[in-house]
Design a protein around this ligand. Structure first.
Ligand SMILES: Cc1cc2nc3c(=O)[nH]c(=O)nc-3n(C[C@H](O)[C@H](O)[C@H](O)COP(=O)(O)OP(=O)(O)OC[C@H]3O[C@@H](n4cnc5c(N)ncnc54)[C@H](O)[C@@H]3O)c2cc1C
Length: 414
């Protein structure tokens, strides 16, 4: 059934593609403004900044990945499916597996990014990406299976070799993941009575980890990495990945590390749907938008989040959840403006601060130019992200669950 056919023909048909920070919040902001349809290829939203905590068992799937059907009321129709094309002349989107197309008067594109393997040999086949709930499940399962294979009486060096993990990419995501993995694996070594300690290596191509981050925050991160015994390799490039090994290049020298798992957090590229679209794009493939988030030369079409580029904003803001969230408010207001026959207005977007999880007992938060770390920062980060959950009901339920139930990690395999 074509969703648009079920709607009142006098209402503006608003189609939002992508149910992440950009799309979901835009659709919710437009509830009641017309016949709103949200199309997404997953059945749930993902609060990605807490995916590390989901992997470690500090939060549960229902906290961070609520199904759309629980979040949306009857004013928004949800269609699960992948949009494969947009016909801007006919004003229709094609959804995979559907015979007919969905027609729109206003279209909001927010399909986000996908993992970028940069063409590194074997990376796509042999590494674990980390962007979805199932990726976190796979990584956790890989760590448990690795630990299960280690004999209880294994010599320390053998246990360490068997429990070696490499995280590729020393941005915030790589740091958050490496510290969590190290805490979980070291805890499991203790619980299982294994000798020695596991090995987690973090590999970054640039001169320093978390490139571009404020220096006090970097200092807090470096301290935590050292305390959690994460080995950091900077100015090191991964040149090939096999099923059980990673090959690096540093200062012209090649080195191979045998691994039980390699996790890839080294880049994001735009969604393949965007590559297909006939719209103005940057060299990186981002859609060029006006300050109102309207797509240049395409009437009634908006783009936001990780796929959008605002030429008028310098320096360029990184693709983050906080930016997509801010943009969703502007996109919703400007679709409404077009419906009302008024002129869309320019958005003003800003960096709101940084919050980095550092293992299962620590975090670092940059707020108003100051860095706080430790348990206080960890609690502040949870509080901050609770406030960013999509609905008040969910914020209250999750906030209460954390307050009364705690947020202790779930040990690996026990
Ligand atoms: C592990 C992780 C941790 C992060 N931590 C932080 C953080 O701490 N702070 C921060 O600010 N940012 C963080 N980010 C980045 C942040 O999540 C993104 O910048 C943000 O989600 C971008 O929002 P978006 O709406 O553009 O895309 P997304 O949130 O990625 O949403 C895109 C949506 O489109 C859907 N979709 C994709 N293709 C199609 C298609 N063809 N048809 C239909 N639907 C489709 C997807 O399933 C998804 O629901 C993190 C990202 C990850 C992966």
């Amino acid at each position: 059934m074509d969703a648009s056919e079920e709607k009142d023909p006098t209402l503006a048909r608003i189609v939002v593609v992508g149910g992440g920070y950009g799309g979901l919040f835009t659709a919710m902001g437009l509830a009641g403004a017309g016949a709103v349809t949200l199309i997404s290829n997953e059945d749930h939203f993902l609060h990605a900044p807490l995916l590390y905590e989901y992997m470690s068992g500090e939060v549960e799937a229902w906290h961070i990945a609520p199904p759309y059907r629980e979040l949306l009321d009857e004013r928004i129709k949800f269609v699960q499916g992948a949009v494969t094309d947009v016909d801007f002349d006919k004003r229709e989107v094609t959804v995979a597996g559907r015979v007919r197309r969905l027609a729109y008067d206003y279209l909001v594109l927010a399909v986000g990014g996908i993992t970028n393997f940069w063409g590194v040999e074997g990376a796509e086949q042999n590494t674990l990406p980390f962007r979805k709930i199932r990726h976190a499940d796979d990584l956790r399962q890989r760590m448990i299976a690795t630990l299960d294979r280690i004999q209880p009486d294994a010599a320390p060096q053998d246990a360490r070799r068997a429990a070696t993990f490499v995280v590729v990419g020393g941005g915030a995501s790589g740091v958050e993941l490496a510290t969590k993995m190290s805490d979980l694996l070291r805890d499991a070594f203790g619980r299982r009575g294994l000798k020695g300690e596991p090995r987690v290596a973090l590999v970054e191509m640039s001169k320093e980890i978390v490139p571009g981050m404020e220096s006090d925050l970097r200092a807090a991160i470096e301290k935590a990495l050292a305390e959690k015994r994460v080995e950091v390799y900077t100015e090191t490039r991964v040149i090939a990945v096999g099923p059980n090994a990673v090959v690096f290049e540093h200062a012209g020298e090649h080195q191979t590390i045998e691994t039980s798992g390699t996790v890839w957090t080294a880049g994001v590229r735009v969604n393949p749907l965007v590559e297909k679209l006939n719209v103005e794009k940057t060299r990186q493939g981002l859609i060029v938008v006006e300050p109102s988030l309207q797509v240049r030369g395409r009437a009634g079409v908006f783009a936001l989040g990780d796929i959008a580029y605002l030429p008028d904003v310098q320096p360029m803001l990184a693709g983050t959840a906080q930016l997509a969230y801010q943009q969703s408010r502007v996109a919703a207001a400007n679709v409404q403006a077009l419906i009302d026959g008024s002129v869309p207005s320019a958005g003003h977007f800003q960096e709101l601060g940084e919050a980095v999880s550092l293992g299962t007992d620590d975090a670092a938060v940059l707020t108003a130019g100051h860095v706080i770390s430790g348990q206080l920062a960890r609690q502040a980060r949870f509080a901050l992200y609770t406030m960013r959950l999509p609905t008040w009901q969910q914020r209250l339920r999750v906030g209460a669950a954390w307050f009364f139930g705690g947020k202790t990690p779930r040990p690996l395999g026990l």
